[in-house]
Write a protein that binds this ligand. Structure first.
Ligand code: AMP
Ligand code: GLY
Length: 428
């Protein structure tokens, strides 16, 4: 069996979880992560000086470390065409890449593209219309026929900040002017999607895709809002559970036939050679699944609960994505439930301090898998280095027990102004 020196790009909890799963793989040789964080250096070699948006730097790291398997964690390099650029430098045989090209990444990079794609391919999603600069009046006329809450989405990548859900029509009209006239979101707001509000419970489905076939990974639910009871500002994610108990076989059957299969057929029909992960952000409206959004990568914090449940070789899955051999990959998933709780810096998702020492990390019990996100190591200290700092993952027979373990473990650590939601799983 060939062994591959492997490089993971990214620095979050997602990438730590990816790296940790790869350490168990038979096909992974030396493992690198760029730039990595204060936790990834326990399972991989950090390449902290690499700018993952600079293709030359990435290509040099690949050559220097004889990398033959690359996993691209976050969306921005994918949307900006990192895969396309690397394919001009390395052949298919030299470098296996997990992550779509720029055409495929448009599913996440342009909300308008995603909506049009779903319309063309008969994939259930909220009704919508797209407006460009100069069409403020048309946009307001469209709104006038809708009922609150109003859902406004800037077209491009804005890390979740480009979605506004507004109760008052006056606020929505103001937002239209801010986005289309005043350029509040820059180029990412050149187009504005206005869509119908869907009322239901959200969940995340992931497919590993090789251009022809797919395999479903474990399903998860994340908690995006900063405040308890799902209140306050949107964040990257404050916790996650896999599997969410309300996602039953009947719902998944609809998800597969109406959403996953039609997405695969649509990509093929439109000549988009997608090799990577498709993340379907879904909502269950009275038993019927709809797509809220597509992402072109794994989720964070969903990865911190789905990868620990995959007991088959994750490195082999990564290779199968590249080699178009998903049909031969047999995924094994434990029936146990994984839960993760994210500890964040006080102030997040708005301004927060960095560089604060975290104490008690060595007291965290062995049953907990601790994934680092915004941390860095300085000497023998671990300091905060981002908004989301640590993910405490536990696996048990049910989500209540898993969450209890995560919360007990969080009590062992401390840093100034640390915050976490105490109600992850409250709605399950
Ligand atoms: P997105 O970035 O498109 O995932 O949107 C961020 C969040 O806004 C989603 O996770 C949902 O909670 C919410 N959202 C987006 N679109 C809709 C919609 N059409 N109806 C209800 N909630 C939505
Ligand atoms: N947890 C949502 C995301 O990764 O986009």
């Amino acid at each position: 069996m060939d062994v591959h020196n492997t490089l993971v790009l990214g620095s979050g909890g997602r990438e730590h979880a990816i790296a940790k799963s790869l350490t168990k793989s038979q096909i992974v040789g030396n493992l690198y992560i760029a730039p990595g964080n204060g936790g990834t250096l326990n399972c991989a070699t950090n390449l902290p000086d690499i700018n993952i948006h600079d293709v030359e730097q990435v290509a040099n790291a690949i050559r220097e470390n004889e990398i033959s398997l690359l996993i691209i964690g976050p969306e921005d390099p994918l949307v900006n065409g990192l895969r396309n650029q690397l394919e001009e430098i390395f052949t298919e045989d030299q470098l296996a890449i997990v992550g779509p090209n720029a055409d495929g990444a448009q599913l996440e990079g342009s909300k308008d593209f995603a909506k049009q794609f779903m319309l063309r391919n008969n994939i259930p999603t909220a009704g919508h219309q797209t407006f460009i600069s100069g069409q403020e009046n048309e946009a307001k006329a469209y709104l006038a026929e809708k009922q609150a809450p109003f859902v406004l989405k800037a077209d491009g990548l804005l890390a979740g900040k480009g979605v506004l859900i507004l109760e008052k029509i006056a606020d929505a009209e103001k937002a239209i002017d801010e986005i289309l006239k005043d350029g509040k979101f820059g180029d990412a707001g050149n187009r504005l999607v206005i869509e119908d509000f869907l009322d239901g419970i959200e969940f995340s489905v992931f497919a590993a895709v090789d251009g022809n076939d797919y395999v479903l990974l474990p399903v998860a639910k994340d908690y995006k809002r900063i405040g308890e009871g799902d209140t306050g500002l949107n964040t990257g994610g404050m916790g996650a559970v896999s599997p969410p108990p309300f996602v039953d076989a009947a719902l998944m059957q609809k998800v597969e036939s109406r959403i996953v299969k039609r997405t695969m057929e649509g990509l093929k029909k439109e000549n988009i050679d997608y090799r990577g992960i498709i993340f379907f952000g879904l909502i269950n409206v009275e038993g019927e699944p709809y797509v809220i959004e597509y992402n072109c990568r794994l989720g964070d914090p969903e990865t911190e609960v789905i990868l620990p449940r995959i007991t088959s070789d994750f490195g082999k899955l990564c290779l199968a994505i590249h080699k178009r051999q998903i049909a031969d990959y047999e995924i094994e998933i434990t029936t146990d439930t994984a839960a993760t709780v994210i500890v964040v810096s006080g102030g997040y998702p708005e301004a927060y301090k960095k560089g604060i020492e975290i104490s008690g990390l060595n007291q965290v019990p062995g049953e907990i898998t601790l994934f680092h996100a915004g941390t860095r190591r300085e000497g023998d200290k671990i300091l905060t280095n981002g908004g989301r700092v640590l993910a405490f993952t536990a696996m048990e027979k049910n989500h209540q027990h898993a969450l209890m373990q995560s919360y007990q473990a969080i009590r062992k650590i401390c840093f100034q102004d640390m915050y976490f939601r105490k109600d992850i799983g409250f709605d399950l």
